[in-house]
Design a protein around this ligand. Structure first.
Ligand code: BG6
Length: 412
């Protein structure tokens, strides 16, 4: 049974008043003090609210397992994340803190482990011997719009890379867990983030592309530049696009690059993972046809939800040569971004006490360690922004990042 109440906090005489109010609701509905506090507020308010929850005795008694759900960004770098975590732990223990990442609530993200570990053909090929590279793209047509004051200090690195992209990367690259328990899965995800190759000054320069959108046109509509958005500095150096080559230093992945990209104000909105398998020797049929289309496995997260596989067959129309055929499994429902279903699923998990789809502190910490160095480089560097037009597919350099090793971004 779900009851919905809306109340004016200012009329409740603080957190003690809130406790009295919630206690009354508990008695009325027999909910026995089981509470989940969901902090979907600006990050600067996290500590104050948690302090209030503590002072008002709202997190007690502990045996009721009151829970804290906290939205991203969890800190703005490693140091602030650690400090925030320390403050939260004074009130809630780790098992009661749910760091939410709504991408983990999306159907296709949850499907990654099923596809990998329930299919012989995929699992046996899921390594550097058979996979040439893996691409993860989270691209949005939407501009920064009215969120300028949040986005200016965040940028794409904090907004998308530190959370969503690192989480997806760990699911794609992790080893099989010993079982499906929350901690077994989280342990394997953590190892991936701990194995990410550190960016040296040379790699920072060569393997990362930052972008910021200038004016542009999409579908006949003129779009303003990021620097013209509300509450954005006229000379802002915040990145609205990032692409990078990431290497994972472990036995499964050494030598197979992961390319990730995310951006705002793009020509299209889509989120997908592309697994490009290695080429076969250019002999026999490939020698005759002169081309070899790679096997591609595409996990479509949104707007289409499904799995796509490209493979070569004989060209039945022309009666000779080869053609790349597509097997396309499309889930009947499409997902238009920030889907309520993802949040519904996650909130239900909080109520059930299942934290598998939430980030454990050590995962968040490892992710900040990885991203901090990149953020520092971006913040101290001078980049020539804007460097891509709104309504385009991002800076030219993002294409060169792959082209220099004979690769390309796939979006089929
Ligand atoms: C949020 C970011 O976490 O994810 C937003 O803060 C971004 O900037 C959004 O637009 C994307 O989520 P979705 O579900 O719309 O792809």
């Amino acid at each position: 049974m779900l009851y919905y109440y809306q109340f004016d906090f200012t009329k409740l005489s603080g957190y003690t008043g809130l406790r009295t109010y919630l206690d009354e609701l508990d008695i009325k509905h027999g909910t026995e003090g089981k509470r989940a506090f969901y902090l979907a507020v600006a990050p600067e308010h996290f500590e104050t609210i948690v302090h209030g929850i503590d002072v008002g005795g709202l997190a007690e008694p502990e045996e009721y397992r009151c829970r804290l759900v906290i939205e991203k960004p969890f800190g703005k770098d490693l140091a602030t994340a650690r400090e925030l975590n320390r403050k939260l732990l004074e009130v809630f223990d780790e098992e009661r803190i749910y760091r939410i990442d709504h991408y983990l609530g999306k159907e296709m993200i949850q499907n990654i482990l099923v596809l990998r570990f329930c299919n012989t053909v995929f699992e046996s090929l899921w390594n550097n011997k058979f996979i040439d590279n893996i691409q993860i793209s989270l691209l949005e047509q939407g501009e920064v719009g009215f969120r300028g004051d949040y986005y200016e200090p965040a940028g794409a690195l904090r907004d998308m890379v530190q959370s969503h992209l690192v989480q997806i990367l760990s699911l794609v690259a992790m080893e099989p867990p010993v079982n499906l328990d929350t901690n077994s899965i989280r342990n394997e995800k953590l190892k991936v983030v701990q194995s990410l190759r550190e960016f040296t000054p040379e790699l920072l320069r060569d393997d990362i592309v930052f972008g910021q959108y200038g004016r542009g046109v999409r579908e006949g509509r003129e779009i303003k530049a990021y620097r013209e958005e509300e509450r954005v500095a006229k000379d802002s150096h915040t990145e609205t696009f990032v692409a990078m080559k990431i290497c994972i230093n472990n036995f499964r992945w050494a030598g197979t690059p992961f390319y990730i990209r995310t951006g705002k104000s793009m020509s299209e909105s889509f989120a997908e993972i592309v697994i490009q398998f290695k080429e076969l020797p250019n002999i026999l049929y490939f020698k005759e046809s002169g081309v070899q289309e790679p096997n591609l496995l595409v996990i479509r997260i949104q707007p289409n939800v499904g799995v796509f596989f490209q493979f070569n067959t004989r060209d039945f129309d022309r009666h000779n040569g080869l053609v790349a055929n597509k097997m396309d499994y499309v889930h009947s429902a499409s997902a238009q971004g920030n889907t309520p279903e993802a949040y519904e699923r996650l909130i239900l998990d909080v109520l059930k006490g299942d934290s598998t789809l939430f980030s454990r502190w050590d995962e968040v910490e490892a992710s900040w360690k990885f991203v901090d160095r990149i953020i520092e480089y971006r913040e101290n560097g001078k980049f020539s922004f804007p460097n891509y037009e709104a309504g385009s597919m991002g800076p030219l350099k993002a294409f060169e990042l792959l082209a220099k090793s004979g690769r390309q971004w796939w979006h089929i």
